[in-house]
Ligand binder design. Structure first.
Ligand code: NAD
Ligand code: WQD
Length: 333
């Protein structure tokens, strides 16, 4: 299939591109490189041993985008492009509505103008808000508590309306839980700008000596050891979930799938695993809970297993050792 990948130079998009090429799909990446670099394209080519077609452009440039769709004529779009920091979205909400919502609107306009009818969308477990029960299934109410999560939910709603508006339009929403890890080659991984916000990249920075210690946000949650529990999913498993969704999208009008492992790991457990993977000391410091955090977030993964024939196979040992390999092979100041 011809697959147009927005945000394909990013963390999840680059790993997905590798898996798509491995399955013989013909890929075109569109990325404005606001949170990635051309080096990622070079590395995709190194791993896949194929030329990686890409365009340096913003998905909000609708007329240029229509011209790209008319030339490439994709069968399907995988839409990763967007901003993803919960904290920034609270400070700069309009940037999030502009990029995430208007970017997605522009993309759908280009799809309509060129007759492209299938899309897979990167959503997030953050759309659920405070869990009323765990594991979270896809029927759990969606009540996001920050602007980032709202943009994700609003785009889901727009996709639902778009998918039902015309007979052959199809959209699959993938709600990722906590993507971590890196490609086993050590050539691709998560490369956040500045000081990272997410747990795994912070642990890696402490292990390598870039940060002095990790602040653990709260030790009084009702979990096994009092620290927050999350469903971490390896980015390569996640990438393969997209390939599975591409296969199924034309059989659906609109559908939503959780993408996780179905099991939880606490902050202390992840630190222990990372210590083993890296052989390094990781200093910790308990501080107050972080505003907006929930105690436990774990996916119900039955629907993805039954209907996409996809399940995660990698565990937190793989996630930690791959993230560590990526870190030591790509040390930056
Ligand atoms: P990322 O920042 O690494 O990748 C996003 C890519 O999109 C970057 O390469 C960036 O340069 C590009 N981009 C941003 N705005 C663009 C625009 N207007 N036009 C063209 N390109 C643009 O992020 P990621 O971790 O790979 O996340 C990908 C998607 O998955 C995002 O939509 C994010 O909201 C969603 N998601 C991520 C996580 C996570 O923890 N990483 C969890 C749930 C959902
Ligand atoms: C995990 C656990 C923290 C940092 C976020 C977004 C979500 C999705 C994934 C995009 C929590 C604890 C963290 C630290 C800590 N992204 N922690 N010290 O918050 O579950 O999810 O990323 O869609 O939308 O909200 O992930 O990695 O930030 O935190 O103790 O320095 O680690 O309290 O329990 P989170 P995270």
């Amino acid at each position: 299939m011809k697959v147009l990948v927005t945000g394909g130079a990013g963390f999840i998009g680059s790993h997905t591109t590798i898996e798509l090429i491995a399955q013989k799909h013909d890929v075109l990446i569109i990325d404005n490189f606001s949170n990635s670099s051309l080096e990622v394209i070079r590395r995709i080519e190194k791993i896949s041993k194929k030329t990686c077609e890409f365009l340096n452009m913003d998905i909000r440039e609708t007329s240029k985008l229509i011209a790209v769709f008319e030339k490439f004529v994709p069968d399907c779009v995988i839409h990763f492009a967007g901003l993803k920091s919960v904290g920034d979205s609270i400070i700069f909400p309009l940037d999030y509505y502009d990029n995430n919502f208007l970017g997605s609107l522009s993309l759908l306009k280009a799809m309509d103008a060129s007759g492209c009818k299938k899309i897979i969308y990167s959503s997030s477990a953050t759309v659920y808000g405070e869990p009323k029960y765990v594991p979270l299934d896809e029927k759990h109410p969606c009540e996001p508590v920050n602007p980032y999560g709202k943009t994700k939910l609003f785009v889901e709603e727009m996709l639902k309306d778009w998918a039902t508006s015309k007979d052959k339009n199809s959209a699959i929403i993938l709600r990722y839980f906590n993507p971590v890890g890196a490609h086993s080659s050590g050539l691709l991984g998560e490369d956040p700008l500045g000081v990272p916000n997410n747990l795994m990249p912070i642990i890696a920075d402490v292990a390598i000596g870039k940060l002095p210690h990790i602040n653990i946000y709260g030790n009084d949650y009702s979990t096994r050891d009092g620290t927050g529990e999350r469903d971490y999913v390896h980015v390569v498993d996640l990438a393969q979930a997209h390939v599975a969704a591409v296969k199924k999208v034309s059989q659906r009008d609109f559908d939503v799938f959780n993408i996780g492992t179905g099991s939880g790991t606490t902050v202390l457990e992840l630190i222990e695993e990372f210590k083993k993977a890296s052989g390094k000391k990781i200093s910790t410091n308990f501080v107050n809970r972080r505003m907006g955090d929930v105690a436990i977030s774990i996916a119900s993964v039955e629907k993805a297993k039954d209907e996409l024939s996809w399940s995660a196979v990698k565990d937190i040992k793989d996630m930690s050792s791959d993230a560590w390999r990526w870190k030591i092979q790509n040390m930056t100041e």
